[in-house]
Design a protein around this ligand. Structure first.
Ligand SMILES: [Zn+2]
Length: 394
């Protein structure tokens, strides 16, 4: 299984067929995938090829020319919120962009267009690529229910060559998800957040990446707090032993910081949370990457809000979080939740302290509680889950 060997689906996939990769993707059975499968010999432009043995259509852009392939289907395409397909790129550095169009008729003015220059996660070679409807740009009177026409483009940079192969498309829906996530195991997560989250039926549980050497000091969780949260179903995660910026350490020191925290988490019964990491200060680099892949299956990425997680999450070492700080309003957070519901995203909210001091890494108690109320009120539309529940399909 993908998660047990501590690798993301995108890591080390080059020898697997697209079918083998897709068979490992969580939620498949439950989410009602439909395929737009139709013999690629019926496409005009391009040539029939394969990606690791599975049929694909190949486009060759020579000297930066736009290469196109297209096909009209008999019936309207059953397009759901997500579209997934294998894509092979011969040279990412040569690629200007690939494009996907859905139109009503050949050359019609009513269409949806996706321009994928160098989307995050795409690499030279084989990729499983996921695109959400919300990422398409609509032109004219574009209507998803009327799309009968599919068009792929591949265009290399001026004077360069690039080949792209597009495999069979699958389309599917996913349940919107949200995670309430914290960093640092700070005491107000227990006193001001959990105390309110547990008043809901069922209790809303979250995730907290803790600094294991701070357990029991005046401003962080006690060991009893940690045990209560684990028993309630929280993911208690690795935020290292001392909260040192791992990117400033030697590999041995970074390994020590991470492995010692993991030992504590396993010892206290944190379960899968022990294999989930949040890197202090978002330290980056080869050592951080090596150590986190060694000790974790999931890595939270602290980010400027705006990058929703598409589903299923293929790269669990790049789990996007929306940081909720003093200058973020309650209306903004509700808007993020609404957006996740509308587009079937997985939204991870990341909080630091829950108090009324107004400092940068704090958020007011009343606003936090209002978010919990909002998630509880809308629980039929969006499930609030832990990362374990979201990513291990539990
Ligand atoms: Zn921290």
């Amino acid at each position: 299984m993908i998660f047990n060997d501590r690798r993301s689906i995108l890591f080390g996939t080059d020898t697997l067929t697209p079918r083998e990769i897709r068979s490992q993707i969580p939620y498949r059975a439950a989410s009602g995938y439909a395929t737009l499968e139709e013999a690629y010999t019926e496409f005009t432009g391009g040539t029939v090829s394969d990606i690791n043995g599975e049929t694909a259509i190949k486009l060759n852009s020579v000297n930066g020319a736009n290469a196109t392939t297209n096909h009209t289907y008999v019936d309207a395409l059953p397009l759901a919120q997500y579209i997934m397909l294998p894509i092979y790129i011969s040279s990412l550095s040569n690629l200007l962009e690939f494009r996907i169009f859905f139109r009503d008729v050949f050359n019609g003015a009513n269409y949806f267009r996706y321009n994928g220059g160098v989307p995050s996660g795409i690499k030279t070679g084989f990729n499983i690529f996921i695109v959400n409807k919300a990422e398409f740009i609509a032109s004219g009177a574009a209507d998803w229910a009327n799309c009968k026409y599919l068009e792929f483009h591949c265009q290399a940079k001026a004077g360069l060559n690039c080949e792209a192969r597009f495999g069979k498309i699958e389309t599917y829906n996913m349940a919107p998800l949200c995670t309430i996530s914290f960093d640092d195991g700070e005491i107000t997560h227990f006193t001001n957040a959990w105390s309110y989250m547990k008043t809901k039926t069922p209790s809303i549980v979250g995730c907290d990446a803790i600094i294991t050497d701070t357990i029991g000091d005046a401003t962080h969780f006690s060991e009893a707090n940690v045990r209560e949260l684990i028993a309630a179903g929280w993911d208690i995660q690795n935020h290292t032993k001392n909260h040192i910026d791992l990117s400033t350490l030697t590999e041995a020191e970074a390994d020590y910081q991470t492995s010692k925290a993991m030992e504590y988490l396993i010892g206290i019964g944190a379960g899968k949370g022990a294999f989930q990491i949040s890197i202090p200060f978002s330290g980056a680099g080869a050592i951080v990457e090596k150590v986190s892949r060694k000790y974790a299956t999931i890595k939270k990425v602290w980010n400027i809000p705006g990058y929703y997680n598409k589903q299923p999450v293929l790269d669990t070492y790049h789990l996007e979080t929306f940081s909720v700080e003093y200058n973020v309003t309650l209306a903004t957070v509700k808007g993020w939740i609404d957006e996740a519901i509308a587009n079937q995203y997985y939204l991870v909210l990341l909080f630091h302290m829950i108090n009324d001091t107004g400092l940068q890494y704090t958020w007011p108690i009343a606003d936090f509680q209002a978010v919990i109320d909002y998630l509880d009120t809308n629980k039929a539309l969006i499930k609030t889950v832990t990362m374990t529940q979201a990513l291990y399909r539990m």
